[in-house]
Design a protein around this ligand. Structure first.
Ligand code: FAD
Length: 475
């Protein structure tokens, strides 16, 4: 009897999992699964304890779902990738594994690890790697000269052409196996990692994720363009935590969208296309990461921006992290992040711009802090978002695009509903004054229990422009 081993990584789901599906194709094969946790590595990369908890919860449900199909899940904790390779090699030998199936991860260290593993087991184990976490694999959407696009809009155009030709069907979950296998459910040892619970906003499980996707595509997506920038509304899908650890696949998203909105590709001014556009941003940032591995090392895409003289301002950085900058929209957003592990996209742009362009603090500080808090932490999307906000990335807009945090608040949270949810100290401030509460307090001659602005936006703006100009000149 042949033995197939599925190595689960960032693909914690039964349905539409290409590696799992392929491993189960031979009905005679004994199929086993494995997950390797690397808490030491997670600590180094500042993974959010919430995200680790979310992974752990999903491993437990995965263990049950696999057991129902007579596939045992083995689980191991290792220090780092070198240990993972050694452990997996020994495991394959002891279980007489004939073939290993896994879905590719595209970050540089993960790719090096997989190369090392394939070499280490090459004489005994056949390795099958799948492109699974994207609609189209990196390297498949290129310019006429065969290189990766540096700008999003032409990438999207080419992407959509390729997408319509590609096979993006979702695969069903495998059926129960007939083969003998010990599937007794051992308790999975909790990760050797700081604990932090995941809030109720993000229920565990593939079914919960798929339900959310279905409801969103049926009920909300049509209004996406009008609602997606308003943090006080439930206008976005809240699916990012599931996509980030692979509880849901982008093909499932795309196919559900097509089922509910069959004209999504034709009606490009509609909400459904607007949502697909965001899924394509997700693809874009991953394709970039593979084409420019320096992004995995947190180097800027535009090299001269490394000359910017960032401020060393630990107190300001701390105020930003804690949501105590004195700018209500920034503070509300940071508190949402700290409390729930999720932040609305518009707010991510605002707080990132504030850290980099108002406080003139190195974008990598923000990138790192986000990773340490986000339930949907994802190297490619996070790095892409931060480099976009910092004007160090591929964005076509130049460095002098600087958000004004007050007018951003006025525009996207006009009545201050979102602010009042997260900054209760301002609950008594009238709507009209909510974005500049200190001015109002001055007029009222009252004292606010809320910090004064850490910085003057118009002065900060000038200093930032000067810092970028000088960095560019030094290039
Ligand atoms: P929806 O609006 O419903 O979008 C659907 C899906 O598309 C999302 O779940 C996500 O997978 C993807 N998506 C949406 N917007 C983007 C985008 N701009 N870039 C890449 N993918 C996108 N997203 C992450 O998943 N992980 C991160 O670590 C992350 N860090 C970010 C940091 C900054 C500074 C910025 C500006 C954006 C970041 N984003 C990140 C992108 C975006 O903010 C989130 O994906 C989005 O807010 C998730 O909410 P949602 O699922 O309701 O999104």
């Amino acid at each position: 009897m042949t033995t197939h081993l599925v190595w689960f990584r960032n693909d914690l789901r039964m349905t539409d999992n290409r590696a799992l599906h392929a491993a189960c194709e031979d009905p005679q094969a004994r199929v086993m699964a494995v997950f390797i946790a690397t808490p030491e590595q997670w600590k180094q990369h500042e993974m959010a304890p919430r995200q680790a908890a979310f992974i752990y919860q999903h491993l437990q449900t995965l263990q049950h779902s696999l057991a129902e199909r007579r596939i045992p899940l083995h689980y191991h904790q290792c220090d780092d990738f070198v240990d993972s390779v050694n452990w997996l090699k020994a495991f394959c030998a002891s279980e007489k594994v004939d073939a290993l199936f896994y879905n590719k991860q595209y970050e540089i260290n993960e790719r090096l690890r997989d190369d090392a593993l394939e070499k280490a087991v090459s004489s005994d184990v056949l390795c099958h790697a799948f492109d699974d976490s994207l609609l189209l694999p990196p390297g498949s959407v290129t310019t006429g000269e065969g290189s990766m696009y540096k700008v999003y809009t032409p990438f999207r155009r080419a992407f959509l052409d390729r997408l319509t030709e590609s096979d993006s069907r979702s695969l069903p979950a495998p059926k129960a196996r007939n083969t003998q296998n010990d599937v007794s459910l051992h308790r999975l040892t909790p990760f050797d990692f700081p604990q932090q619970s995941v809030g109720e906003d993000f229920p565990v499980g593939e079914e919960a994720a798929r339900d959310r996707l279905r409801t969103f595509c049926r009920e909300t997506v049509q209004d996406y363009l009008g609602q997606r920038d308003l943090p006080a509304e439930d206008g976005t899908s809240l699916l990012s935590p599931y996509l980030a650890i692979g509880v849901l696949s982008p093909r499932q998203c795309f196919n559900r969208l097509r089922t509910e909105c069959p004209d999504v590709l034709e009606r490009r001014d509609g909400g459904a296309f607007g949502w697909l556009n965001e899924l394509i941003w997700r693809e874009f940032y991953r394709h970039l990461l593979v084409a420019w591995p320096k992004l995995c090392k947190h180097q800027p895409f535009i090299e001269w921006t490394d000359n910017v003289s960032w401020r060393h301002a630990p107190q300001d950085l701390q105020a930003w992290k804690e949501g105590k900058t004195g700018y209500p929209i920034v503070d509300a957003a940071m508190r949402q992040l700290n409390d729930t592990g999720w932040m609305h996209n518009r707010l991510r742009m605002i707080v990132a711009s504030f850290l980099v362009k108002d406080l003139l603090i190195d974008w990598r500080e923000g990138e790192r802090y986000f990773m340490s808090q986000l339930l949907d932490g994802d190297l490619a999307a996070n790095n892409g978002g931060w480099q976009w906000a910092a004007s160090t990335g591929t964005d076509a807009a130049p460095y002098f695009r600087i958000f004004n945090p007050t007018t951003q608040g006025e525009r996207f949270d006009t009545a201050g509903r979102f602010i009042k949810t997260w900054v209760p100290e301002l609950s008594h401030v009238p709507e009209k004054a909510i974005h500049q509460p200190h001015r109002w307090a001055e007029k009222q001659q009252c004292v606010l229990d809320y910090p004064a602005p850490v910085i003057d936006h118009s002065l900060a703006r000038k200093e930032t422009l000067a810092a970028f100009e000088s960095a560019k000149r030094r290039n």
